[in-house]
Ligand binder design. Structure first.
Ligand code: 13P
Ligand code: SF4
Length: 330
């Protein structure tokens, strides 16, 4: 019996095998597809069939023809894929890959909050559990939140959860007054304004790229505020050659690959000696765990049928609106 007690398959890797080629072989044999978020380790991004931000991963899962989806990301990303593809096997190589933002919004408390505000349209960020999505009218990601909010009538009363920074940002760019849930991502809230300003002094012509999950003062010193994908697109298109990047540092791998002649400097967090800011959950997934998860097809994501039936509606609504608004990936 294979144990996944630790959250992943803890089996020794056979001596002398080449893990990368074995992953490729197993993938073919099982008609599996590997999807990875931009915050994954470089070696995971490199071996994946698709890399993307939260929106792209949901879009890719929805149209996948594979039998097995290996989601190299965090738990809610696996859940979203499973809800969209109930007949496929969805695997997350380490089930302990959670999300502090999703954890800041417990389903029962959110349900109570929604109940207290009847008549409100409920918008939830994709970084939530399936149970929270079940209480939601429309799911959004940071790539489409502005357009989806703007697609609703001006007078519509809206609850937005769980990220207060993204919610405040969307309020400021749309002129809405959405009621916000008080949650946050521990990684994006950590960036140090002072350290970014110091880096700016060192690299005079550098532009500052900031994710909207960051605190407002950090957003205020940005040249560009946007989702992970939007920041990548900006770095590719802009003529500037140096960028200070205030989002999870995994994205620097793709930025550097796409723009080998440009310089990308990770923005440092407030505390610690680290010069970049990593999501410990995202980094839990390693090549060895990916290999074992494919080999044993474990650990598998499952979502309660009743919850999935409710949660699929707001996710599909997001995908439909995104397609209608032409929010497509590069
Ligand atoms: P995006 O992928 O939508 O930019 O979200 C960032 C994030 O924190 C994912 O966990
Ligand atoms: Fe969650 Fe933040 Fe990690 Fe994204 S970076 S998975 S929001 S904890």
């Amino acid at each position: 019996m294979i144990s996944i007690e630790k959250g992943y398959v803890d089996e020794p890797i056979e001596e002398g095998i080449d893990v990368r080629s074995e992953i490729m072989r197993l993938k073919k044999e099982k008609n599996a597809v590997i999807m990875a978020h931009y915050y994954q380790r470089p070696e995971i991004q490199d071996i994946a069939d698709y890399i993307g931000d939260s929106l792209a991963l949901a879009q890719m899962a929805a149209k996948s023809e594979a039998d097995v989806i290996v989601m190299c990301g965090v738990h809610f990303m696996g859940e979203t894929a499973k809800i969209l593809c109930p007949d496929k096997k969805v695997i997350v190589p380490d089930m302990s890959a959670g999300c502090s933002l999703a954890d800041s919004c417990p389903a029962q408390e959110f349900a109570e909050f929604v109940k207290q505000h009847s008549g409100y349209t409920v918008i939830s960020y994709v970084n939530t559990s399936a149970a929270v999505k079940a209480y939601t009218d429309i799911v959004v990601t940071s790539s489409n939140a502005k357009q989806i909010v703007e697609s609703l009538p001006k007078e519509e009363k809206i609850i937005f959860g769980p990220d207060r920074n993204l919610g405040n940002y969307i309020n400021s760019v749309t002129g809405r007054e959405m009621l916000l849930w008080d949650g946050a991502c521990h990684v994006h809230e950590q960036f140090s304004i002072q350290k970014i300003i110091d880096l700016k002094k060192l690299h005079g012509d550098a532009k500052v790229l900031v994710h909207p999950e960051c605190r407002k003062p950090v957003q205020m010193i940005a040249d560009k505020v946007g989702s992970t994908q939007a920041l990548l697109n900006f770095a590719i298109d802009d003529e500037c050659s140096t960028f200070i990047v205030a989002t999870e540092s995994g994205i620097l791998h793709e930025m550097q690959k796409r723009c080998p002649q440009k310089t990308f400097i990770p923005a440092p967090p407030e505390d610690g000696k680290c010069s970049c800011n990593e999501c410990a959950y995202m980094k839990l997934i390693t090549l060895e765990k990916l290999y074992n998860s494919l080999k044993y097809e474990l650990p598998e994501i499952s979502v309660d049928e009743e919850i999935a039936k409710k949660a699929i509606k707001p996710i599909k609504r997001m995908l439909d609106i995104s397609a209608n608004l032409g929010i497509i990936k590069k």
